[in-house]
Design a protein around this ligand. Structure first.
Ligand SMILES: *[C@@H]1O[C@H](CO)[C@@H](O)[C@H](O)[C@H]1NC(C)=O
Ligand SMILES: *[C@@H]1O[C@H](CO)[C@@H](O)[C@H](O)[C@H]1NC(C)=O
Ligand SMILES: *[C@@H]1O[C@H](CO)[C@@H](O)[C@H](O)[C@H]1NC(C)=O
Ligand SMILES: *[C@@H]1O[C@H](CO)[C@@H](O)[C@H](O)[C@H]1NC(C)=O
Ligand SMILES: *[C@@H]1O[C@H](CO)[C@@H](O)[C@H](O)[C@H]1NC(C)=O
Length: 623
């Protein structure tokens, strides 16, 4: 520690030509692959082995598998010592969930929590598989001081639907031809179902005049066995098509416990036939009984030229549950059956999950896109940008229990008719000394960005204060509260609008200053940043740093990751602003261009244990 401080102070003094400057000559530089987004997040911790910088690299594994990684970089190592990967993504698992540990972008979020030297990291694109469907509830886990991953949690995890007994009833009469096409359809359909003893069980039945029980629910319940049985099924043949007699018989017998049916399971019938039945007069009555027994019915019609199509369609419509468009399929031939197998599988799967065509709730919520531990209350805020069709929401994780705000909590405030506000892109909290307020950014709310300040009432409903500015600026994508004089009261909230367009039509970016009184923001102007001609994206990263110029006020560093891009003299810059009593000076005290390095980290050690990193990186919204 001592060595570092001396190094740093030396740099401090050498560069001390116009007021206080932060010396970069002695800076340690940790570099990593740009394609991995190395440096998207950085945090420092100490443990019994020393002092470390942890660096998130959310696209690690690109291009095949952007599962993400976190690097540990030894702050006591020699300059330019390489960082080491922690490889935490593979160990993520959640009991009882089919976890898809690829492309999850672990390390996109990395934030300190109330436990000492413990961080929380999230992989907001972590996926869960339900049958053939993938959901993206996101996953988070604590990283211990020894860099081990604690048990992961996913507040928006989807339940994949309960047990389901699916009876597949195939017309095996002579008119069905060629039979192998039906078999191929059956196999593909089965492949799309989540088959297993406690999940989906399948019974396969074939009929013509009468009916054969080929494969009752009680047969081997493992997917491979079911598939191999299906691939051996021969056509029953027969002159007649007693569809309704077959259905009534299946209704009465197939679902019985002695045939392997489960009383608590959802009962599903899938009927495949190519023509009007010979017992159509029984139709109404049989289907009424199926309804009474709570059987969900899918009707698949193979339309043939010769058949009386209108009458046949009416019959299949009668069989299918409502709304008919979700439960009825038609194909032009046996060969075409295979084309609907995937969709049919998904629809069966979704009987209990997301209903087809309905808007997403939390299936794609990407919890953990941002995270923040509040100061006073023991709340970890987690942004969930994908919730409710990308309107977004915030999850409050208190004492291990998540509370997910419902759509209506922020709906009116966001005025989110087009479902893309991305609330939860950023989260933080501010304090007025006695009360703490939660803050969440919604950078695409009504195409201009919004910051929502709220507290939570006893009904767990947010009480809201609103703010929004220029169109298309991504206002609110970055939030940074600053307590300038370290008295426990948030003096300023800095809000980044990195895509702010200047009069010269460049994405200069802006940082807005707000003071907060009882949760109400009042605008205090903007920081002076890059010139209007720069495509700088000023405000992509903002952080408060402990006193740099030894006046006992916190200072602020702002990143402009694309500055200087146009002139070919390097990429990126950081701006330093000094704190002054209860505010910060709007003129920067120092601008440091990161020549030759796209990704550079200047770390500054000040006093014991107080370390700050500023990362300059290109933010990409991962959707
Ligand atoms: C992961 O991402 C890569 C690149 O986009 C893609 O090719 C691959 O199919 C993805 N894997 C999964 C399981 O989604
Ligand atoms: C830092 O490294 C030096 C040698 O490289 C060692 O003497 C010193 O004890 C280390 N300090 C810490 C805090 O680990
Ligand atoms: C068959 O399905 C298609 C779309 O799925 C639909 O447009 C068409 O009207 C259906 N044909 C009949 C005869 O119902
Ligand atoms: C929604 O999107 C449409 C087209 O994309 C646009 O014309 C309309 O103004 C948008 N409405 C709102 C409230 O943003
Ligand atoms: C900063 O605070 C320390 C300790 O409270 C004090 O000794 C010092 O004089 C202060 N410096 C300034 C510039 O106010």
């Amino acid at each position: 520690m001592g060595i570092d401080v001396k190094l740093f102070l030396a740099g401090f003094c050498i560069a001390h030509t116009q007021g206080f400057n932060v010396g970069t000559a002695g800076a340690k530089i940790f570099s990593g692959p740009a394609v991995e987004e190395f440096g998207y997040t950085v945090q420092q911790i100490s443990n019994d082995q020393g002092k470390w910088m942890l660096v998130g690299s959310p696209w690690s594994g690109y291009p095949q598998n952007r599962k993400g990684n976190i690097y540990k970089c030894d702050l006591n190592a020699s300059r330019r010592a390489p960082c080491q990967k922690l490889n935490l993504a593979d160990s993520i698992s959640i009991e009882g969930v089919q976890s898809i540990n690829v492309n999850m972008s672990l390390g996109l979020t990395l934030t300190p929590i109330a436990k000492p030297n413990t961080l929380m990291t999230c992989g907001p694109l972590w996926a869960q598989r339900c049958g053939s469907q993938y959901f993206y509830p996101g996953v988070c886990a604590e990283v211990s001081p020894q860099f081990t991953l604690q048990p992961a949690f996913s507040p928006a995890i989807q339940s994949c639907g309960g047990p389901m007994d699916v009876a597949i009833v195939l017309d095996g009469s002579n008119s069905i031809y060629p039979w192998p096409d039906v078999r191929n359809f059956l196999i593909k359909l089965l492949e799309n179902l989540d088959i297993g003893p406690d999940k989906t069980r399948v019974s396969i039945i074939q009929y013509s005049e009468d009916l054969s029980f080929l494969y009752p629910f009680s047969s081997d319940k493992n997917k491979d066995k079911v598939l191999s049985a299906a691939s051996g099924i021969e056509q029953k043949t027969g002159e007649e098509t007693n569809t309704f007699e077959a259905l009534d018989y299946v209704r009465q017998t197939a679902f019985l416990p002695e045939n392997g049916g489960r009383p608590g399971a959802t009962k599903v019938l899938v009927v495949v036939t190519d023509g009007e039945s010979t017992d159509g007069h029984k139709g109404q009555e049989v289907i009424e009984r199926c309804k009474r027994d709570g059987i969900v019915r899918f009707g698949i019609a193979i339309l043939k030229q010769s058949a009386d199509i209108q009458k046949f369609i009416k019959e299949i419509e009668l069989i299918a549950s409502t709304p008919t468009e979700n439960y009825m399929f038609n194909v032009s031939s046996e060969q075409a059956l295979i084309n609907i197998a995937g969709t049919l599988g998904d629809r069966i799967f979704n009987i209990e999950g997301t209903s087809q065509g309905q808007e997403f709730q939390l299936e794609m919520s990407q919890v953990g896109f941002s995270a923040h531990q509040t100061n006073k209350k023991d709340v970890i805020m987690l942004g969930a940008v994908g919730a409710y069709g990308w309107s977004g929401t915030v999850v409050h994780h208190t004492a291990g229990k998540p509370h997910i705000f419902l759509k209506n909590a922020f709906e009116k405030t966001l005025d989110d008719r087009n479902h893309s506000s991305l609330l939860g892109y950023s989260v933080t909290s501010v304090s007025d000394g006695s009360s703490e307020f939660f803050v969440a950014g919604a950078p695409r709310a009504v195409h201009r960005g919004q910051v929502i300040v709220y507290s939570v009432n006893s009904q767990n409903q947010p009480i809201i204060v609103v703010c929004g500015l220029q169109i298309g600026s991504y206002f609110g994508s970055v939030l940074c509260p600053v307590d300038v004089n370290a008295d426990g009261v948030t003096d300023l909230l800095l809000v980044g609008a990195p895509m702010y367009m200047s009069e010269e039509k460049s994405e200069t970016g802006r940082v807005y200053l707000f003071t907060i009184t009882e949760g109400i923001l009042s605008h205090q102007g903007v920081l002076e940043g890059p010139s209007a001609s720069e495509n700088a994206r000023f405000g992509t990263a903002i952080t408060a740093v402990p006193d740099l110029n030894l006046d006992n006020f916190s200072d602020v560093v702002v990143g402009a990751p694309l500055e200087g891009n146009g002139q070919g003299n390097g990429q990126g810059a950081i701006y330093i602003y000094y704190g002054d009593r209860k505010t910060i000076r709007k003129q920067s005290s120092q601008v440091e261009h990161t020549n030759n390095f796209i990704y550079i980290y200047i770390y500054i050690y000040i006093y014991i244990y107080v370390c700050v990193c500023v990362c300059v990186c290109v933010c990409i919204i991962h959707r």
